[in-house]
Write a protein that binds this ligand. Structure first.
Ligand SMILES: [Zn+2]
Length: 76
């Protein structure tokens, strides 16, 4: 049986686990149409193979999407 590799406490791993969605630099938007579902303060894309999300904040709610597929947001 192969030995389980020990978990290394590297700062790089830590950084990967705590992505900052508040940081606009992190925004990742593949081309094409996205089907978003709201999950708390995030819109999470359910149509892409690679999951991505947009931070919208706690004071907004997704009420639908326009004809381009862009989410329509409203203040709570
Ligand atoms: Zn997407």
């Amino acid at each position: 049986m192969p030995q389980k590799p020990l978990k290394k406490k590297s700062s790089r791993t830590q950084r990967n686990e705590t992505l900052d969605f508040n940081n606009p630099d992190f925004e990742f938007l593949p081309k094409g149409r996205h089907i978003y579902r709201q999950n708390g303060p995030y819109l999470i894309c359910k149509s892409c193979e690679l999951t991505h999300a947009i931070w919208i904040g706690m004071d907004k709610i997704m009420v639908g999407e326009d004809k381009e597929g862009q989410p329509i947001l409203e203040r709570r």
